[in-house]
Write a protein that binds this ligand. Sequence first.
Ligand code: ADP
Ligand code: MG
Length: 708
Amino acid sequence: MAIEINTDVQFIKGVGPKLGAVLAKRGIHTVLDLLEWYPRTYEDRRAAREIASLKPHQVVSIQASVIAVRSMNLGRSRRKMYEILVGDNSGRIACKYFRVPYRGYFERFESGMSVQVSGKVTLYRSRLEFHHPDVHPVRESDESEDRLIPLYTETEGLSPSKLRKIIDTALRSLPEETKVDEVALEKKTYQRQPPEGLGENLPAWVLDKYRLIPRRQSIKEIHQPPVEQVDEFLKFRSPAQRRVIFEEFFKLEFLLAFRKQGLQKEKAHVLKGTGQLTRPFIKQLPFELTSAQKRAFAEVKNDLTKPHPMHRLIQGDVGSGKTMVALLSALHAIEAGAQAAIMVPTEILAEQHFKNAMKTLSPMGVEVVLLTGTSKGKERARIRHEMKTGRSQLIVGTHALIQDDVEYDNLGLVIIDEQHRFGVEQRNRLKQKGASPHFLIMTATPIPRTLAMTVYGDLDVSVIDELPQGRQPIVTRKTFESKRDKVFGFVDDQIRKGRQAYVVYPLVEESEKLELKNAQDEFEKIKVRFPEHKVGLLHGRMKPEEKDAVMREFRDNHVQILVATTVIEVGVDVPNANIMVIEHAERFGLSQLHQLRGRVGRGKYKSYCVLVLGYAVSEDSQRRAEIMEETTDGFKIAEADLEMRGPGEFMGSRQSGLAGFKMANLVRDVLILQDARQAAFDVVARDPELKYKEHRPLQKLLNKEILG
Ligand code: ADP
Ligand code: MG
């Protein structure tokens, strides 16, 4: 049987159904899946490393012998940690595992056995160790000596040498070139794929301009690296890796460029403002808009007056006044005779937006309604009626805004505030409710440029890079639990001066009951500690009326200390509150800490944020706290966060576009990303219909995306 890239792996000579099943468990079904299962790193067999020479953060591979294999309980929990202790003539190092890679993994090792350990050297409590490295037994006869050996993720039932062998067989058996089925391409029918080798899929001019090596060569070299490129390979900077990384980015950016072009072709209402609402609104503000706000609003206005839907992202730090720009944009749409909707992630925030809008906009004659999950029965029917008939002009709400039974009269603009928690799918559902409304998306905290280019790459971006005047930087200090009493003493002083404080707790577990218990326990303790002040409690499991009551009391300073979980993370605005104590700060990510901290420093008072770290916190947690002390610049914090956590975690559930990368790394490969984006947008600009022959392989990419 002839092998092509879509052939089932089991048909590669030497694989068969049994090994095929092993590979399938790893998500490897086709020959291409196998070839795109890239090595995690490489081992330079010519230069054996000694344990004593290892340095923190290095990604290395060493040869050593097993000294002991053991397991121990983690704290009082039932979870176990496993350890393989290895050594060579120069020293010893522990390989630690907090989960078992697969059953029987540890049973394979016995003391005295010669093994290969590959992974990242970690510094933990001033000792070097490996966390979750790949360890596999080595037989002396395994490989010839002077080679650069690719190291793959360990897999049960598949030895590294066997894996290298079948990859080699696959590479040899693939046809030299992809034969393109011109008829299928012409008719755009792809039910039957033409036999495919590793033919070139990027346009020749792109290869030329960005000096990329051919696809086939790059994949071959990645699995069988030329030994003289050892340093480049270890740094992911070899021509072969660069080509593959470029291609991964290019594919995503190409789809984004295409989608963006598609959006520009859609029709939307031209929303020409009259200034009738926006002008008096700006005039009555107690402050002057910052020039960054003016610029962002001008960009929005310009988009709204075009016959194509706007898709714009407003990036700005916490407190930079994004919400103000959102309101202005909504007024502009309303002046033009359309409805505007503001969609936010939480009920508290929806209620807050609604109240602010009522206070400032109702007197101007704007009809504002609130629609959330808790609007029920007659009330809900009334709101829906008003939305449907066009009586309501500004609709504020949560996910309820996109539910099936909700209709609009003339939805012209949708504003999605604190976008983090909304996905593309929700965006599409909203779109179905209007004749292609304009979209304005506001980020909760800044997103690093590289991520904006990949995840929001089809949007136009306005950056608000200026804070309103007179904001004092928030003084941030990290401390430890043992100093809590001193911290509370300081809180007490500030309250006596008339200020208010937040005390924030992490959700220890996702469970409802536990969340309640934690916040409630701490609430009781704090009440005892501050007998002279009124203490309020706010957590996600409270009824909206209860939350609302507490927030109102806090806003009106009837409550001085608000004990809260992260429900206050987003958007809450009480300018008199100037201290935030974050308990167990080690459990929060950097962007979340920054977002939380943004709840203070909103008024004219000097503000403070205290990060209370628990006992035995990791190096990373300490580092996060230090970054928080060093800067209040959300853009810098976002970059650091991305670097520490990686894009998947940073973006939470929005990572769809990022999951496709098998080799590319957003932190390491920024420069390649920029090139790939440029190239992809150039292709779409030059050949928007993809008529050129050399762009045909790209057509297939689009079809794959559309047909799934
Ligand atoms: P963001 O949504 O970017 O976090 P907000 O729009 O909530 O910020 O603004 C934070 C606070 O700053 C609000 O109290 C708002 O009224 C105020 N504010 C907004 N723009 C300005 C400005 N240009 N000058 C002074 N204060 C402003
Ligand atoms: Mg906001």
